[in-house]
Design a protein around this ligand. Structure first.
Ligand code: PEP
Length: 247
């Protein structure tokens, strides 16, 4: 199974659902549709309406983050996994670099994953080294830490997907080489296997993916799918990625 996840970040108003309707219409008729899943993470403001609309359709809806406590609390602006699930969403991203930069610690991220899973959300756990880590050849140790400090062997691994997003690649057009990406993905899978035993979890790549460079990624069979930011805000660009992946 492959995954194409669109992260809308701070984009979208109610009528932007038309973008998703076009993607859904392509997805429902695509001859390859059984080989992959499409998940879109719009902002919190759209979770309920979009989740209701796509409930019986192909696209799944997720949130971009969740709070590290599970129910209600006195924290202004916080949205808990319970509230997200009640709004109808079925996935959540956790640990996106935008949120790590804003202060998410490993302890908070562990609670987020735990509470999201307990509230029946599937988790897309984001990891990735920054430019300095890469320059100092710390990529493997940073990734190892981000995984082992947050993903607990007691978690239900069937509901966790890992997204490897090198921070220096997000929104920059800069990509890892095919070789770099292959060995890093294999490293991530090895670390995950050490925690969860048996089969590893799906590992996606995220960072400047588009309809042209997807050609390079599809040759790396270790990658189980993609987390797509900028290109997910256009139905054409998003569909082109899927079409070119299966060409
Ligand atoms: C992201 O923000 O998760 C992302 C991958 O963005 P982009 O595709 O725009 O690099």
């Amino acid at each position: 199974m492959r995954y194409f996840i669109g992260n809308w970040k701070m984009f979208g108003i109610p009528k932007s659902i038309n973008i998703l309707k076009k993607i859904n219409s392509f997805y429902s008729k695509d001859k390859n549709r059984r080989k992959y899943r499409v998940i879109i993470t719009p902002p919190y403001t759209l979770l309920e309406t979009y989740s209701k609309y796509f409930k019986k359709k192909k696209i799944s809806i997720g949130s971009q983050n969740c709070y590290h406590k599970d129910y209600f609390s006195s924290n202004t602006s916080a949205v808990s996994p319970y509230m997200i699930r009640e709004a109808g969403a079925t996935y959540t991203l956790v640990g996106h670099s935008d949120n790590r930069i804003e202060g998410d610690t490993n302890e908070m991220l562990k609670n987020k994953v735990d509470f999201a899973l307990r509230n029946n959300l599937k988790v897309v756990y984001c990891i990735g080294e920054n430019k300095t880590d890469k320059k100092n050849k710390k990529t493997f140790s940073v990734l190892q830490k981000q995984i082992s400090k947050v993903l607990d062997k007691k978690f239900n691994k069937k509901n966790i997907i890992v997204a490897y997003e090198p921070v220096w690649s997000i929104g920059t057009g800069k990509l890892p080489t095919k070789n770099e990406l292959t060995i890093t993905t294999l490293h991530i899978k090895k670390v995950l296997k050490g925690i969860f035993k048996k089969k590893s979890l799906p590992v996606l790549y995220g960072g400047s993916v588009d309809g042209n460079n997807i050609e390079m990624f599809r040759e790396i069979k270790e990658i189980d799918g993609f987390l797509i930011g900028g290109a997910s805000k256009s139905s054409k660009k998003f569909i082109d990625i899927i079409k070119n992946y299966y060409r």
